[in-house]
Write a protein that binds this ligand. Structure first.
Ligand code: GTB
Length: 213
């Protein structure tokens, strides 16, 4: 049975592949698992039926048989654990790949999300002009640290893994901010991720939803 995920019916990113169904789609494509998508309106996401699966009324979710999951990182990990290609077979290397998944979502992403919130929801606040540079300074610290660790390697820990998938997706949120360009090795790392055939298929699939509007 094909798994079904949920995604925005009208994604606010207008098909840029920034919503969190994108890493899930990308993971499916990397492992060659076909999937179905149930598109949801904002209203439907807040209904009891959806909240029974996603208590916070968000996308994405994952359903297959009796299993229902939420949290994009947990869904990517589930896909990676059940299929080959996203976690190395060696136990230590596998643990490190999972470590990078957590690092992406809990260490690198938070200030990047703060920046998105500042730009989307706080522009009219009298303190916006003071806050934005503070948030961007926190992002710069993390990018410098990540850049130093990556060095001239292609991926964070030898072969491409679910850790790279989530890290690339997190960094993509910086878009045209210019922050990523301050570290050419990180910009090249993101470009390498985006050049993967699986990324391209996932990107095209989510973009097709926007194009059909
Ligand atoms: N931690 C959860 C996960 O990883 O699954 C967070 C899920 C989440 O934030 N979902 C968002 C959502 O459903 C969509 S992806 N929001 C509706 C709500 O909370 O009411 C976040 C997102 C939205 C839009 C853009 N964008 O436009 O660029 C990027 C990311």
């Amino acid at each position: 049975m094909r798994p079904t995920i949920t995604a925005f019916e009208h994604s606010p990113d207008r098909g840029q592949g920034l919503a969190r169904d994108m890493p899930v789609r990308w993971a499916f494509e990397e492992v060659g698992q076909p999937y179905d998508v149930r598109l949801m309106s904002f209203g439907a996401m807040k209904q009891a039926g959806h909240r029974a699966i996603q208590p916070f009324g968000q996308i994405p979710t994952y359903e297959q048989g009796n299993l229902a999951l939420f949290e994009s990182g947990a869904i990517v990990l589930h896909i990676a654990e059940r299929h080959g290609g996203l976690l190395p077979p060696d136990a230590d290397a596998r643990a490190r790949a999972i470590m990078w998944m957590f690092a992406a979502l809990s260490t690198v992403e938070p200030p990047i999300v703060e920046r998105s919130i500042a730009l989307l929801s706080e522009r009219d606040e009298p303190w916006h002009a003071q806050r934005l540079p503070l948030v961007e300074a926190r992002i710069r610290v993390r990018l410098a640290e990540l850049s130093a660790r990556l060095g001239d390697a292609d991926w964070l820990d030898a072969a491409f893994s679910a850790g790279d998938l989530l890290m690339v997706q997190v960094l993509r949120r910086l878009g045209s901010s210019g922050l990523l360009a301050e570290h050419p090795n990180l910009a090249a790392y993101v470009a390498r991720g985006e050049a993967r055939p699986a990324f391209r298929r996932a990107f095209a699939a989510q973009k097709a939803v926007f194009a059909a509007l």
